[in-house]
Design a protein around this ligand. Structure first.
Ligand code: HEC
Length: 234
């Protein structure tokens, strides 16, 4: 919520009479940070996404995908290496990575490092789910990309060079030789640039379009009943 502290947040919400009485009614005490978290979590549990074309295809319904989408899935798990980080039912490894988003600008967000102060967390952000991705632009932590095409283009050029780029994008602490050996195994066509260490994916225009077509199959059902509130407690 971009609030500087829990205390201030509780104070702000607690000062709104409508919220104050709702919190009393539901949690039988004054506004408390734990109850605030519970309320938000209870709401979020009602917002789900499933039964997408992707799920149907996974469940064995071949017709759920057209040819481009099927090629896109193969790229996602193969040449484009997306599933190294975007995997599992929600297409996320629930881990943190540095793709270099921001590092070509004057304002780099240090990401998780701000919380942990660990050097290995510099510029890392949590891998987001890709469910409903076609409808949740803009993309990345800073909303820098308006379209999925732009996101795929970023990956295609190997991310943005910086000393902390993720091991799955580059292999830091490894010699160029070791990196080349690794990337041979994962079928990357182009070799890492010796200057930047970036590994281009070498996706053709058609392959990039197929990947985007695949990403669009991740839109499903389970959230459409959620509509903006007509009013807020005052
Ligand atoms: C090294 C791990 C990693 C790999 C490989 C990877 N991603 Fe990501 N992906 C991430 C992380 C971390 C973010 C969030 C980055 C940020 O916010 O700065 C992200 C963000 C995204 C987003 C934007 C999500 C949003 O809600 O803003 C899309 C779309 C996406 N990835 C698709 C892909 C595709 C397609 C591929 C393969 C070409 C891929 N990713 C490969 C880790 C990865």
């Amino acid at each position: 919520m971009a609030m500087p502290s829990h205390e201030l947040l509780v104070k702000k919400i607690g000062a709104i009479r409508g919220y104050k009485s709702w919190f009393k009614r539901v949690f039988a005490r004054d506004v408390h940070i734990d109850d605030l978290a519970k309320a938000i979590a209870a709401f979020e549990r009602t917002v789900v996404s499933g039964n997408a074309a992707y799920d149907k295809f996974r469940a064995g319904t071949q017709q759920a995908f057209n040819e481009s989408e099927e090629r896109g899935l193969a790229l996602f798990e193969g040449k484009a290496r997306c599933s190294q980080c975007h995997n599992g039912p929600n297409l996320t490894d629930e881990k943190y990575h540095n793709l270099g988003v921001d590092w070509d600008t004057a304002h780099v967000d240090l990401g998780r490092y701000k919380v942990t102060q660990n050097e290995q967390d510099i510029g890392v952000f949590k891998t987001p789910t890709l469910r409903e991705i076609a409808d949740t632009a803009p993309y990345m932590h800073n909303g820098t990309f308006a379209t999925l095409e732009e996101v795929v283009a970023l990956y295609n050029k190997g991310g943005i060079a910086n000393p902390f780029l993720d091991v799955e994008m580059r292999r830091p602490n490894r010699t160029l030789e070791q990196m080349l050996e690794y990337y041979k195994k994962v079928e990357v066509q182009e070799t890492p640039s010796p200057e930047t260490g970036l590994v281009k994916l070498g996706l053709t225009k058609q392959e990039q379009a197929d990947l985007v077509a695949f990403l669009r199959t991740l839109s499903g059902q389970g959230w459409q009943h959620i509509t903006p509130p007509d009013f807020f407690p005052e």
